[in-house]
Design a protein around this ligand. Structure first.
Ligand code: NAD
Length: 415
């Protein structure tokens, strides 16, 4: 069985591209190490009166192109090595879409499904207080990730602001619009994902309208991608969460799925659907497969079962490097994560820009700018891929790592 080591995989990707770019060894050494790692213990009073101590992290991989930017994840299995890998991925993602941020990621080892809202609030506020020493609009700006949402971002904003003594909306993105959240942020990642899939269909001479799609993960990214893809005429035949998947070869009734999730918290039990496992969903004979849950879901163990000719990495690192290479070799059009899901951080950047200038952009302006950024990055990557004769993962990394390496060179080594 393939053991998934996300940090080792991230380093492998970096080394491969560094060799192509002929980067100096000292630059590779700098990029192979996160700039800062803050590890915190978070004592939280639970509803039953007991105090539980949670483990939390904030990793800043690079500050070379600007303040660090990256999501906050709550998950029982999250590890420091995974957070380091995700922080590095954020560095490449920001560079790829040319937004002036470095990369970071945060996490707390916890199971929010087994916690009350009040417990999650106390945990979030304590986490913010502990990592607050390295957060700030010019330092590091968190955003939502797995199991965190605008509500959690609002608590971060409030806690940070209380410590400062004035409101600092620009310390976090993905906030509710009432406190400075950008129009269009809630589905920005999904919108970017669907834009890249639409363009992948275009360059492959496949029709997007009428295509079939299977999506793993029905959260912020997967759930919204399903709605947006269906709006553009794709037939979403399968959608899953951690408990399993619902499947209807004639297309899911997404309203019914959403109603079921609202009522029970899971897609399972939606009327008019067959129930299949997450493993079966990945193996469906569809035009487009969208892994939008966790990392390491497609490995050398199951890659041969993937039949879709287009795979869109909506999640971060959902395919291991070896499995991804196997897909590329087989001619599968894989849209790499740092390109595919970059819409979220792009609109996060728009939110930060609006907040620091006290501006409010209209939804249509946000969507227009997002589309522009995604299309520029997509076709730039495609161009590098065909000029250098490399797959789109390598092409994305070439563009991103080169930009970061040039920033490091321009700044020089302190002192
Ligand atoms: P979310 O918490 O809103 O949703 C996650 C979904 O995945 C849920 O439906 C959950 O049930 C499902 N899931 C969890 N474990 C699973 C498993 N083992 N098998 C199958 N399904 C499982 O999270 P999200 O914000 O939608 O993030 C999903 C992915 O997209 C993550 O990899 C995240 O890093 C990435 N991402 C998110 C954003 C964003 O803006 N939210 C931006 C870029 C990348």
């Amino acid at each position: 069985m393939e053991v998934v080591d996300q940090w080792e995989n991230a380093l492998r990707d970096l080394r491969e591209v560094a060799a192509l770019l002929e980067l100096p060894e000292e630059t590779v050494a700098v990029l192979s190490n996160p700039r800062r790692i803050l590890s915190v213990s978070l004592p939280v009073r639970m509803d039953d009166g007991e105090v539980r101590v949670f483990e939390g992290y904030r990793v800043q991989h690079s500050l070379d192109r600007g303040p660090a930017k990256g999501g906050l994840r709550y998950h029982p299995d999250v590890s420091l090595d995974e957070v380091k890998a995700l922080a590095m991925l954020m560095t490449w993602k920001c560079a790829l879409v040319k937004i002036p941020f470095g990369g970071a990621k945060g996490a707390v080892v916890c199971d929010p499904d087994r916690m009350s809202e009040a417990e999650i609030e106390r945990l979030t506020r304590r986490y913010t207080a502990e990592v607050g020493i390295i957060l700030g609009p010019e330092k590091d700006i968190p955003a939502p990730d797995v199991n965190t949402n605008p509500r959690v971002m609002a608590w971060i904003m409030d806690t940070y602001s209380m410590n400062m003594g004035y409101s600092v909306p620009e310390v976090v993105t993905g906030k509710p619009p009432e406190i400075g959240g950008s129009e269009g942020r809630f589905d920005a990642t999904a919108r970017g994902v669907v834009t890249t899939i639409r363009e992948a269909c275009r360059v492959q001479n496949r029709a997007f309208a009428g295509s079939t799609m299977a999506i793993q993960g029905a959260g912020n990214v997967g759930g919204n991608a399903a709605k947006l893809a269906a709006d553009l005429g794709s037939s979403v035949v399968a959608l899953s969460d951690v408990n399993g998947a619902v499947y209807n070869p004639r297309g899911l009734n997404l309203w019914a799925v959403a109603a079921r999730v609202l009522k029970t918290g899971s897609v399972l039990g939606t009327p008019g659907c067959e129930e299949i496992s997450n493993a079966e969903l990945l193996a469906l004979d569809v035009d487009i497969l969208v892994p939008a849950a966790l990392g390491g879901t497609i490995t050398m163990d199951n890659v041969n079962e993937v039949k879709a000719p287009i795979v869109a990495e909506a999640a971060n690192a959902p395919i291991t490097p070896d499995a991804e290479k196997a897909l590329f070799e087989r001619g599968t059009f894989v849209i790499p994560d740092i390109l595919c899901n970059a819409g979220g951080v792009t609109v996060s950047y728009f939110e930060w820009v609006q907040n620091i200038q006290s501006l409010l952009w209209k939804e249509e302006d946000v969507y227009k700018r997002l589309e522009e950024v995604m299309l520029t990055a997509f076709y730039r990557v495609l161009d590098i891929g065909s000029r250098r004769g490399v797959n789109l993962r390598v092409a994305s990394m070439v563009l991103a790592v080169d930009r970061v390496a040039k920033a490091i060179k321009a700044r020089g080594l302190f002192p």
